[in-house]
Design a protein. Structure first.
Length: 158
């Protein structure tokens, strides 16, 4: 088959247009696929990353990821939420136990009055505070004669 110069130019133009059209369609399809991948994978992973940063840097354990999809990212999101809930429970429990231990260390459990350890700590803080401010303070010490006998015979049972 022999082409004339005009037919050959038309054939080349047709191939160029076909190639250009194919490239444009490929770019369009690639753009659609990128947006789909971005919405399905990248954006949920960015939300997980942001949540992880908030937990790590801001100690925000009330954060929840909203992703109910059945895929791996949905499973990861639900696992993240469970993990954060468990960490928050453990921290709350730890804080409660620490508060109880501080209370046990500072107050008599029978009378609920401050104990000797509390007194020494409070006195030390008071001395430091008044030394910084160059102020004076007074300490009144009372000694009850024979109270040890009362405490030994009655104090521990009541």
């Amino acid at each position: 088959m022999v082409y004339t110069q005009n037919e050959f130019k038309n054939y080349i133009d047709f191939i160029m247009m076909l190639t250009l059209g194919s490239i444009l369609i490929s770019i369009f399809i690639a753009n659609i696929l990128f947006r789909k991948i971005h919405n399905l994978m990248i954006e949920p992973l960015l939300h997980l990353t942001d949540a992880m940063q908030k937990v790590t840097h801001e100690k925000d354990f009330d954060i929840k990821i909203k992703n109910d999809s059945p895929d791996e990212i949905g499973i990861l999101s639900r696992g993240f939420n469970k993990m954060i809930s468990k960490i928050k429970e453990e921290l709350d429990h730890r804080t409660k136990v620490e508060d109880e231990l501080k209370n046990l260390a500072m107050f008599d459990q029978l009378t609920k009055l401050p104990n000797r350890h509390y007194f020494h700590q409070y006195l030390e803080e008071t001395i430091k505070r008044h030394n910084r401010k160059e102020e004076h303070f007074a300490l009144l010490f009372l000694d009850l004669d024979g109270f040890k006998n009362v405490n030994d015979t009655l104090g521990h049972d009541y």
